[in-house]
Ligand binder design. Structure first.
Ligand SMILES: *Cc1c(COP(=O)(O)O)cnc(C)c1O
Length: 547
């Protein structure tokens, strides 16, 4: 892909070309909410016009090459400083927040890079407290919330204190990572809704064995989608919003994307050193994707100068992203006509039924990818800039396009095909691969037999896509490993049960998980009703505030 950040002098627009150091502001992808501080964006989560927050400028002309020998936390400090004005968080304070966030990781390199074979490297992102990549962002977000609240509440007592009520839905991973990021934090209550009996036993235990007073697990009689609908209803409810400051921890929160930019650069430098490359050599990144948050961070890194030849999206059978890259249509269900033309036949399977398909990689089981809206904004902005008006006009155009597309998504279940230029830009920077459950299982088997390494099913989706991509490109591939295999015992056992040398206890289970399921638990069962959940939230927060 051509480099769009101006480092090599190419001319794709990037807003103004200078980073206005010290004054990063944020706007909504839908255009009506703008000129916000980082703090506002983090505490609000979702913009009031329904859009997602993005930085006004992606820092360009960044001297990223000089970061080569930095430790993970020091690198994080450099990168995050470009998006958080020192007038908002002084550099020393930011350093403290970052250092605290990554001190909880078990690996000294925080996110180590492992050579698998040939040109393929695995970026292990699961060495945080809950053994999933979401810890990288949520450890940081938890400390960030704490920092803002301590500052807001200095010298205040009782009802004057700003209290944050975090409400989130989870199919497993987000919930436990959020709980570990927020447990015991002052002035924050956290409510995590999970579908009762539908998260893996280990994930359920990870969440419900956290007994801090500010942590509340709600097991909802229903599906993950029901949980998400309840959370959405709460965020839209004037009643609870008039009395509570609701906070979001899912990947619509900009701070999560931001924290994830770091490991794209860090793994690049690790690779350069271990494989004796020259800085500037191109690399491909392959990312198991659901809500598009992880790979979007890669896009920001690329726009800042990271020498990514392509970013490769790996989806499971919930393949809305893969279909967009192939057809330019973004829709929950495909158009009949296209399917008849064979354009949407993938792996010989008609992949598109109603609703979400349950797969072996559940953290990627999504109908629509919320963060895709952020990428679309940048593509629409680039498209608007072709007309050559001023920056303000381009931003306004982009916001209008996004608003129209999202309206169609809501009312018709999809939109597109997008403008040819927009699709071309998307294909310039990204490729996509769709991986079925049976291929996921095959890959887990292959890597266990070939190199005695156990991949979790999400990582296996990425590795399968990596192998396909390696047939097209001979640059080194960094495949992101998003979870430890012990979190997804069912899929791993399914793949490896017949292998003679395999034992879950011996090959997979980390000591931290031993006995977890029999520890004391705290969880409240609730019916599938957002009003009921609202009353529980109000009551629990009231009790916490009294305590
Ligand atoms: C959340 C998650 C993903 C998907 O990441 P997105 O940012 O939603 O694309 C992939 N794998 C695992 C294990 C996850 O928890």
């Amino acid at each position: 892909m051509s480099n769009t950040n101006g480092v090599d002098g190419s001319s794709v627009p990037n807003g103004s070309s200078e980073t206005r150091d010290g004054s990063q502001r944020y706007l909504s992808t839908r255009g009506d909410d703008y000129d916000l501080s980082f703090e506002d964006v983090v505490l609000k989560g979702l913009a009031s016009d329904g859009g997602l927050y993005i930085p006004e400028e992606i820092p360009s002309n960044v001297d990223w090459q000089s970061w080569k020998d930095l430790s993970f936390p020091d690198l994080a400090l450099e990168i995050l400083s470009l998006y958080i004005s020192p007038s908002e968080i002084p550099r020393d304070d930011l350093k403290g927040i970052i250092d605290r966030s990554y001190s909880t990781f078990r690996a000294p390199e925080t996110t180590p890079l492992k050579h698998l074979h040939d040109n393929l490297y695995l970026l292990e992102l699961f060495h945080g407290p809950t053994f999933a990549f979401k810890d990288v962002a949520l450890q940081f977000l938890g400390n960030l919330f704490e920092y803002f609240l301590v500052r807001k509440n200095a010298g205040k007592t009782g009802a004057d204190r700003h209290h944050l009520t975090v409400v989130g839905a989870t199919s497993g991973d987000t919930g436990s990572a959020a709980i570990y990021g927020l447990r015991g934090k002052k002035d924050v209550s956290v409510f995590i809704l999970h579908p009762k009996g539908r998260v893996s036993p280990i994930q359920e235990a990870q969440m419900t064995t956290v007994l801090d007073d500010n942590v509340h697990n709600l097991a909802v009689t229903g599906t993950f989608d029901d949980c998400q609908d309840i959370v959405k209803a709460l965020f839209a409810d004037p009643d609870i919003n008039s009395t509570h400051n609701l906070g979001a921890v899912n990947s619509i929160n900009w701070a999560r994307i931001l924290a994830q930019i770091v490991y794209y650069f860090y793994s690049y430098f690790s690779l350069v050193k271990s494989a004796n490359l020259t800085i500037g050599d191109k690399v491909r990144y392959v990312v198991p994707s659901g809500n598009f948050g992880d790979i979007l961070a890669g896009y920001f890194a690329y726009r800042m100068g990271l020498p990514a030849e392509k970013l490769v999206i790996a989806t499971n059978e919930n393949d809305i992203l893969d279909r967009f890259w192939k057809t330019g249509m973004y829709e929950k269900k495909p158009v009949r006509g296209l399917e008849a033309q064979g354009g949407l036949q993938v792996d010989g399977v008609k992949a598109h039924e109603d609703g979400v398909k349950e797969t072996l990689s559940p953290a990627m089981d999504i109908l629509v990818s919320s963060n895709f809206e952020r990428l679309l904004w940048f593509l629409a902005y680039e498209f608007a800039a072709i007309a050559g008006m001023d920056d303000e006009w381009n931003k306004k155009q982009a916001g209008q396009e996004i608003t129209a597309w999202m309206k169609q998504l809501r009312s018709n279940g999809g939109f597109g095909p997008v403008y040819q230029d927009v699709h071309t830009s998307a294909r310039r920077d990204f490729e996509s691969e769709r991986v079925s459950d049976s291929q996921t299982v095959e890959t887990i088997k292959t890597y266990f037999n070939k190199i005695n390494y156990v991949l979790d099913p999400h990582t296996a989706v990425g590795v399968t896509a990596s192998v396909r991509s390696m047939a097209r490109s001979n640059v080194p591939h960094i495949s992101l490993s998003t979870a430890h295999p012990a979190k997804f015992a069912g899929a791993v056992e399914l793949a490896l049960k017949d292998e003679a040398d395999f034992s879950f206890e011996k090959n997979v289970l980390p000591p931290e998980f031993v006995g977890l399921e029999s520890k004391e638990k705290r969880v409240t069962e609730v019916e599938n009703s957002w009003q009921t959940v609202r009353e529980i939230v109000k009551k629990q927060v009231e009790e916490e505030l009294k305590a």
